[in-house]
Design a binder for this molecule. Sequence first.
Ligand code: RTP
Ligand code: MG
Length: 140
Amino acid sequence: MAIERTLSIIKPDATKRNLTGKINAKFEEAGLRIVAQKRIHLSMAQAGQFYAEHKERGFYGELCEFMASEPVVVQVLEGEGAILKNREVMGATNPANAADGTIRKEFALSVGENSVHGSDSPESAAREISFFFSGLEIVG
Ligand code: RTP
Ligand code: MG
């Protein structure tokens, strides 16, 4: 399988509870390398732009407010099949459905406050990585 890069976000519920290191350990244990990382506080406008694909969904306003409520850690993860592998390590969107050992099973509070985001396709990964990082900031 090819080496891929994917965009990950450690969400406000997790940064607030000081879980960045524990979540990063899960990525590293799965063979994903953190090749870029920064802590930022999104504005409502930035959160809205990032999640524009969900504009028509009922949870969009709540999602944007949550993502702008506290700092987040945005990261680029690299590895074999990184996009799918990261989704596996994250677990299902709703922690009630997440498999044992996944980040969301262990740390998520609810379907909304679910600790991590991960790109869901190569197209999303390309768009989302360039949303947050310039090429110079990614060091593989
Ligand atoms: P993400 O984009 O954050 O990696 O999560 P995902 O693919 O597993 O889920 P997606 O359907 O893309 O939804 C994006 C985020 O919106 C929030 N959400 N809330 N209240 C709700 O029913 C609801 N559904 C989704 C979650 O924070 C979800 O991760
Ligand atoms: Mg998604």
